[in-house]
Write a new protein. Structure first.
Length: 244
């Protein structure tokens, strides 16, 4: 077990009060969790984490984020419907335009994908590779066993600036969950069938889905939770101007 897991595992399951956790430590500890325990999450803990996420910055204080917090039978119903679409061969139809990856971006996603699939026992040379890929997508649609799903959307006409704001909201939410012992995994795949989500959640077409966030208590014994995404050196990103 890593020191990060030691730190988070020490927070009791079901905690309604946040454990002391320094912001810099929380940023270092945050990672995507892909195997969760079935323990229910107290609504009070979620409300407190969401209240902290509400402090995220937004253009002109628009606070454009809206979200459905789903658990219990409703989450099972929603997950079953998403899985049925996957198994039925339905292609995802996102509310947003799919990105065109430049070589550097493709390298990052493929490299991490290979390492993650290796832990999951999915290899391209496997004779049942396609079935394993489908099974993986179904696990994703079941939120990797998380007992809570937060499905995030906005008014379609707010366009790109609101998407930037919502990215800040999602990051703040994931950090705010940590002091309660909660792990998270932000997933674009969860909103690949937005018409279905709008139907099940009773939302109008004007609402645009951006991502889902799995929330729950990490299963630290699961091999999948040993995975950590790589980060490229800072020199690949920054451009300094006016400095000696």
């Amino acid at each position: 077990m890593t020191s990060a897991q030691d730190r988070l595992r020490g927070i009791p399951v079901g905690a309604r009060e946040p454990a002391p956790l320094d912001l810099l430590e929380a940023i270092r500890l945050r990672k995507s969790i892909r195997a969760f325990r079935p323990d229910p999450v107290p609504r009070e803990a979620l409300e407190r984490a969401l209240a902290l996420a509400q402090r995220a910055a937004s253009w002109s204080n628009l606070q454009p984020w809206e979200y459905a917090v789903v658990t219990g039978p409703r989450l099972r119903e929603l997950s079953d419907a998403l899985v049925a679409f996957v198994l039925g061969g339905e292609e995802p139809r996102y509310d947003f335009e799919r990105p065109v990856f430049q070589p550097v971006h493709q390298r990052r996603r493929v490299s991490d994908g290979i390492r993650l699939f290796d832990i999951a026992g999915i290899h391209r040379e496997d004779p049942d590779y396609d079935q394993k890929r489908a099974d993986w997508r179904c696990r994703n649609m079941r939120l990797f066993g998380a007992p809570v799903g937060v499905f995030i959307y906005m008014e379609r006409q707010l366009h790109t600036p609101a998407v930037l704001d919502i990215g800040g909201f999602v990051t703040t939410l994931m950090l705010a969950c940590l002091p309660f012992g909660l792990g998270t995994c932000a997933s674009g795949s969860l909103v690949g069938y937005p018409d279905l989500l709008r139907q099940l959640l009773g939302l109008p077409d004007s609402k645009m889905f951006l991502c889902g966030v799995c929330v729950g208590y990490p299963d630290w014994d699961a091999p999948l939770n040993t995975f950590g995404a790589d980060r490229d050196p800072l020199e690949m990103f920054w451009h300094w101007h006016g400095w000696d």
